[in-house]
Write a protein that binds this ligand. Structure first.
Ligand code: HEC
Length: 171
C-alpha cells in the first residue's frame, strides 16, 4: 500500500514538473536549437512508422515514362520545391538552411522510398517540420504522382535535362 502511495505521489510530481517545464517556457522551441539525439531518433522512427502505415495506392501514371518525368520536373519547379530541396543545377534558397529538421537532398533520401510513400509525403506534408502539404495547397493528385516519378528519376536527371524541361513551357 505504501509503495502504491509513493508511486502515485511520484506520478503527480513528475506531471507537475513536466507541466512547469513545457508550459513555463523552459522547453525551447527555437529552430536554431539542436534536438537531443534521443528525441531526434524517436521523431525519425515516428515519422517512418506513420508514413508506412498511411501511405498506399498505386500510381495512375507510368512512373518510368519520360513524358511523365518531364511533366513532374515542371510541376516540381512550379510548386517551389527547389526553394527548400534544390534540384539538378539549382541551389536551394538560403533560408532553407535555417529549417530544423533540414530539407533532405531528395536524390539521396528518396532513393529507398516506395513511390506511394513519396506521394503521401508530398500530398500530406510532415507536421512540425517545414514540409508543407501540397494537397492542401491545391496541387492535384495526378501532378503529385508526376512529381513522384521525377523524384524517383532524380539520380539520372542531369542539370541540362532539368534546365531544358523546366524552361519548355508549363511554368
Ligand atoms: C519550406 C520548405 C519545403 C518545401 C517548399 C518543400 N519541402 Fe519537402 N521537406 C522539407 C523538410 C524540412 C523535409 C524533412 C522533414 C523531416 O525530416 O521529417 C521534407 C521532406 C520531404 C520528403 C521526404 C524525404 C525524406 O527523406 O524524408 C519528400 C519526398 C519531399 N520533402 C518532397 C517535396 C516536394 C516534391 C516538394 C514540392 C512539391 C517539397 N518537398 C517542398 C521542406 C520542404
Amino acid at each position: 500500500m505504501r509503495l502504491l502511495a509513493f508511486i502515485g505521489a511520484l506520478g503527480i510530481v513528475v506531471a507537475i514538473a513536466a507541466g512547469v517545464f513545457f508550459f513555463g517556457g523552459f522547453f525551447n522551441v527555437a529552430a536554431s536549437e539542436e534536438d537531443n539525439p534521443v528525441v531526434k531518433w524517436a521523431l525519425i522512427r515516428v515519422r517512418t512508422a506513420a508514413i508506412n502505415r498511411h501511405a498506399g495506392g498505386t500510381s495512375p501514371v507510368k512512373l518510368d515514362d519520360p513524358a511523365v518525368i518531364q511533366n513532374g520536373a515542371r510541376a516540381f519547379a512550379k510548386a517551389g520545391c527547389a526553394n527548400c530541396h534544390g534540384a539538378p543545377g539549382v541551389e536551394w534558397a538560403k533560408f532553407s538552411e535555417g529549417l530544423n529538421p533540414d530539407p533532405p537532398d531528395l536524390k539521396e533520401s528518396a532513393a529507398g522510398y516506395e513511390p506511394a510513400n513519396i506521394f503521401w509525403v508530398i500530398k500530406n506534408g510532415i507536421r512540425m517540420t517545414g514540409m508543407p502539404s501540397f494537397g492542401k495547397a491545391g496541387v492535384a493528385d495526378n501532378d503529385i504522382w508526376q512529381i513522384t516519378a521525377f523524384i524517383k528519376a532524380l539520380p539520372k536527371v542531369s542539370e541540362a535535362d532539368y534546365k531544358s524541361w523546366t524552361a519548355a513551357g508549363g511554368q
